[in-house]
Design a protein around this ligand. Structure first.
Ligand code: MF3
Ligand code: CO
Length: 260
């Protein structure tokens, strides 16, 4: 069942999404060579708790972090650790925050120091594809229209789309109906309706689309160990112009001229 949010619920979704975005803005201030991914996790956790939220990933089916950490070939669901970020790495930080019973979900892939131009292109394309997906998310259209917009944008530029992981509905739970794949045919899948809240999250690989899950049961990497990028927004369907509930503006502010 796809649940349509009331006006009161949308207001709570906005607040949860804003706290999610502000927490990623705090993380952005710390991303540089020499910092551990565990430090980024602690920054996010403390900020969320200080602001009355709950880090929703922490303890979710046993997940050990506030942030999912995605370094280089890690696609999703990596653990925060004592790994020290190095010049030339990229690191995705995927965050879900629950506030007043509702969840916001957002992810940003950051460059660490000086990153190879080819990898920066992968990141830019992935982020742009998220906005292509958002543009396609009009009331009356279907989930497949979003999926197809993301897929064609990335594949035309020579990248591949991870198949096993999807975006999702979001609200009182971090994962609700429907699934929002990043590939597929236009015109198929559930119809988008005003008040539907979904998280769109392209996971795009430089090499092949294939992934492997590590021995910890979580960490998902590219099989060819080439880099992968991941960006995510929580949105609410609203006529022809979806409301983007999360924002990268705090990240942009924190990164200044390093923002990509
Ligand atoms: N943000 C992830 C998503 O978009 C959720 C992380 S799964 C968890 O679906 F187990 F780490 F919580
Ligand atoms: Co998500």
């Amino acid at each position: 069942m796809i649940y349509l949010k009331t006006a009161e619920e949308l207001e709570k979704m906005r607040k949860a999404a804003d706290l999610t975005s502000r927490a990623l803005g705090e993380v952005a201030k710390w991303v540089k060579p020499g910092v551990t991914t565990g430090k980024l996790d602690a920054i996010a956790r403390e900020f969320i708790l200080d602001n009355g939220g709950r880090p929703a990933c922490l303890g979710y089916q046993g997940f050990p972090g506030t942030l999912c950490i995605e370094v280089n070939d890690t696609v999703v669901h990596g653990f925060p650790s004592d790994y020290v970020l190095a010049d030339g790495d990229i690191v995705g930080t995927d965050l879900v925050v629950e506030l007043d019973g509702y969840n916001g979900d957002s992810c940003y892939t950051f460059p660490v120091g000086e990153v190879d131009e080819k990898v920066l292109s992968l990141m830019r394309t992935t982020k742009e594809s998220l906005y292509k997906g958002i543009e396609a998310a009009k009331a009356g259209k279907r989930i497949g229209d979003i999926a197809n917009a993301v897929q064609t944008y990335c594949e035309r530029r020579g990248y591949s789309v991870v198949r096993e992981m999807c975006g999702h509905g979001i609200g009182k739970s971090m994962h609700e109906s429907p699934e929002v794949p990043n590939y597929g045919r236009k015109g198929i899948g559930p119809v988008l309706k005003d008040g539907m809240c979904i998280a769109i999250e392209p996971m795009i690989n430089m090499g092949s689309k294939n992934i492997v899950i590590g021995g910890d049961g979580w960490t998902c990497r590219t099989r060819d160990h080439k880099p992968s990028a991941h960006y995510e927004h929580t949105i609410a369907i609203s006529g022809d112009n979806p409301e983007v509930l999360t924002t990268f503006s705090y990240i942009k502010e924190a990164m200044g001229e390093l923002y990509i």
